[in-house]
Design a protein around this ligand. Structure first.
Ligand SMILES: [Zn+2]
Ligand SMILES: [Zn+2]
Length: 458
């Protein structure tokens, strides 16, 4: 349920290219474990001191006071987009939720803020364009002298650096076509037809516990990323809900996914990364390093300006963008039914089980990872499932920075459940999807293993 593209930073199915991947693992150190005579373990609640049961391999939590329902997660290095989204999130999440539930306006519209965001985004692209115009003016005015050609080339070079950045796929993303995945596309096409939106152009399969949508290149081709482990543990209607939400991203009017604002934010983030000096005055370079100080200070100021502008564009479009997420959920429930959509939200909190499976992959790289993960999910203790249900309702719990908090998403659906269910996926069609995806598991697993190794030794 991450968004690639509109707001990329690093992974969500995240950001953005790589959308925001919930990171970290539960903490085990915070409860002292005692073994009772019966052999089952208990721990003491850190908050109310009552004994709580412990399932081996799962973090303990307290039913009474809610302690450790959301274990502290390790902080991963966050992308700029992720930091931006997290800073923006809580600001008006509550008031937007109230408005969505009471006012029932889900479709984003032009507000003063979003108009300002578009104006600012246009100014960003306008700056790029002005360097192209400047190059032309210099050439026309100065003739073809060496000086004017050099000056024009410099202007064009700057314009190239500033060019709008459109979401692109990474080298490892293999786009699969309708012919390669007839059953999967059959479902995607049914969903797109029900939502009266354009069909999906390509599917990228990976081994993440996530799914995402992005529009790539100048032709804005619609790509859905499907994490095979996630799909493998979903019931048929939950699959419809997952893909329904992603397909709805092409139809929900999210301002941050528009070419204008999305490309402006992506460009500004790239400028920030290009301009940000590693060190203001590298000490090992002595006097030369010191002489670089003024230039580096200027680069730092420009980098901060780019960051600030990206922040402002995102801030101005935040509210309508979050509203669009509620609309995507509503559309998902329209195709899949409300119970399946809520069940999906709960399952998306199986991240700690997924992370444990990924750790197991390092030890046993030859095992079928998706099958291994399915087995792990099948034996998740009831108590852990209950913890997930509570987590999904815990205030502030969110799957990633680009989406509203899960309890708000569940609450909005409960308040106004669509009374229809436009797409029904039969068990046999669902099995056809499994069968055609089977042969892509190994490649997805290999990529996940490579990425895990890369992070380990990065
Ligand atoms: Zn979404
Ligand atoms: Zn307690």
């Amino acid at each position: 349920m991450t968004d690639r593209g509109g707001d990329r930073g690093a992974d969500d199915t995240g950001n953005e290219y790589r959308a925001v991947f919930p990171a970290g693992s539960p903490t085990f150190g915070s409860a002292s474990s005692l073994r009772s005579r019966s052999g089952s373990s208990t721990a003491e609640c850190r908050h109310c001191r009552r004994p709580v049961p412990v399932d081996p391999g799962y973090s303990p939590w307290c039913d009474r006071c809610g302690w450790n329902v959301q274990p502290v997660r390790e902080r991963q290095k966050r992308s700029l987009h992720d930091r931006l989204n997290r800073a923006l999130g809580p600001r008006s999440a509550k008031s937007l939720y109230d408005e969505v539930v009471r006012g029932r306006r889900l479709r984003p519209t032009l507000t003063l803020s979003s108009i300002l965001a578009f104006v600012l985004a246009s100014a960003v692209h306008g700056l790029t364009l002005s360097f192209v115009i400047l190059a032309a003016v210099v050439l026309v005015g100065g003739g073809l002298s060496v000086l004017s050609v050099v000056a024009a080339a410099v202007c064009l070079g700057i314009a190239w650096l500033l060019r709008p950045r459109l979401p692109r796929l990474s080298e490892d993303d293999r786009v699969l076509s309708r012919e390669q995945l007839p059953a999967t596309f059959g479902l995607l096409d049914d969903i797109a037809a029900s939502l009266k939106t354009r069909r999906i152009d390509g599917v990228v399969l990976d081994a993440r516990f996530n799914a995402a949508f992005t529009q790539i290149g100048w032709r804005r081709r619609r790509i859905v990323f499907i994490g095979l482990p996630l799909l493998a543990v979903l019931e048929p209607q939950e699959r419809v809900a997952l893909l329904g939400h992603e397909v709805a991203h092409g139809a929900n009017g999210d301002p941050r996914r528009t070419f204008l604002a999305g490309a402006a934010i992506d460009s500004l983030v790239t400028w920030y990364e290009l301009l940000y000096p590693d060190e203001l005055a590298p000490p090992e370079e002595g006097v030369v390093g010191l002489a670089a100080l003024p230039a580096n200070l200027m680069l730092l100021a420009l980098a901060k300006l780019a960051y600030g502008t990206a922040y402002l564009v995102a801030l101005l479009s935040w509210r309508e963008s979050q509203r669009a997420e509620y609309l995507a959920d509503h559309l998902a429930a329209t195709v899949a039914g409300t119970p399946a959509t809520i069940a999906l939200f709960e399952k998306l909190h199986l991240t700690s089980t997924y992370e444990r499976a990924v750790q197991g992959l390092a030890v046993n790289p030859d095992k079928d990872f998706v099958a291994e993960f399915q087995q792990r999910v099948a034996v998740v203790p009831d108590r852990e499932r209950e913890r997930m249900r509570r987590l999904a309702r815990l205030e502030g719990a969110r799957l990633d920075a680009t989406h509203p908090p899960t309890p708000d998403r569940v609450g909005a659906l409960r308040q106004h459940p669509p009374s229809i269910q436009l797409v029904t996926l039969s068990h046999s069609r669902s099995q056809q999807i499994d069968a055609e995806l089977q042969s892509f598991r190994a490649a997805a697993q290999q990529r996940l293993a490579d990425e895990a190794t890369d992070t380990l030794y990065a």
